[in-house]
Design a protein around this ligand. Structure first.
Ligand SMILES: C[S@@+](CC[C@H](N)C(=O)[O-])C[C@H]1O[C@@H](n2cnc3c(N)ncnc32)[C@H](O)[C@@H]1O
Length: 265
């Protein structure tokens, strides 16, 4: 079997399964199974695929046909300059969440930051990787997610403390960054199968208007604590109203994505 044969088998199968980017997914899964990058596949479609790699590819295509996210199949996801191990215990970090890191990068030397609802540790670890002078802590209500974040912390060799805690722990920070769940209950069924079949529902859904977790954070935060809260674009106005001196920042796609402001206390 050659790369051309492998792609020829995988791409139509993934397309038929409803995957949005069948060519890209097939290339990523096959290139990784062969230990090469995607450019090498394109450059040499007649490259032989050894039988062991062919079995790995077949299993990966089977999983992707079930709409399992590519990141879970590979067991990793890149986020800014770090690579995080991910599995079904945590949300796959999204590119739009990088905005939370960018906002925290504006802090002065030695500032204290807490990443609330850290999941895989993405925001906290990417931040420490770029700004080792910051004092960063993280927490999540899910003990399973905290296991993943701690494993990523050890693997990356970064000094992050991660605690299991429902809501904002007691502490003093110059900034709390939070990508908490913000999907409305009634939105869930309309989301992609990659999300509804595979990602943890409790990491995404937060009440009738999607704002329960954010409201709870704002209510519990001490007065004047600075919060940077990720949300859906249509929630920007509601989140601004929860905070004082608030402003909303746009993500790379130009969508209102993070509101920064002070807790009312
Ligand atoms: C949307 S995921 C984001 C994960 C990670 N920050 C990221 O961007 O990849 C939300 C995370 O918040 C956690 N979470 C939900 N409610 C929480 C609460 N009340 N207190 C702390 N963490 C919470 C979930 O367990 C989940 O890991």
């Amino acid at each position: 079997m050659t790369v051309r044969d492998a792609l020829g088998g995988a791409v139509p199968a993934l397309r038929a399964a409803g995957c949005e980017t069948p060519e890209l997914d097939a290339e990523v899964l096959i290139a990784d199974a062969l230990g090469v990058d995607r450019a090498a596949l394109v450059a040499d479609p007649e490259r032989a695929v050894p039988p062991a790699a062919a079995r790995v590819i077949a299993e990966r295509v089977r999983r992707r046909n079930e709409r399992e996210p590519v990141a879970y199949i590979l067991g990793r996801k890149g986020f800014r300059h770090v690579e995080l191990a991910v599995d079904g215990r945590v949300l796959v970090p999204r590119p739009e969440t990088e905005l939370l890191v960018e906002i925290a990068l504006e802090l002065p030397r030695g500032a204290r930051v807490h990443d609330l609802g850290t999941g895989s540790g993405a925001v906290a670890l990417a931040l420490l990787d770029e700004r080792p002078d910051l004092i960063v802590t993280a927490s999540d209500a899910s003990a399973a997610a905290v296991e993943v974040a701690r494993a990523n912390t050890r693997r990356l060799g970064l000094p992050l403390e991660v605690g299991v805690e429902d809501g904002l722990p007691a502490g003093a920070w110059d900034l709390v960054v939070a990508n908490l769940p913000y999907v409305r209950e009634d939105e869930w069924d309309s989301l992609q199968p990659e999300i509804t079949r595979w990602e943890p529902r409790e990491a995404l859904v937060s009440g009738a208007d999607g704002l329960d977790a954010i409201r709870e954070l704002v209510a519990r935060a001490p007065a004047d604590m600075r919060l940077a809260v990720e949300h859906a674009p249509h929630q920007a106005e509601a989140v601004r109203a929860l905070l004082r001196d608030s402003e909303t920042r746009r993500d790379l796609a130009g969508l209102d994505r993070v509101t920064v402001g002070l807790a009312r206390g």
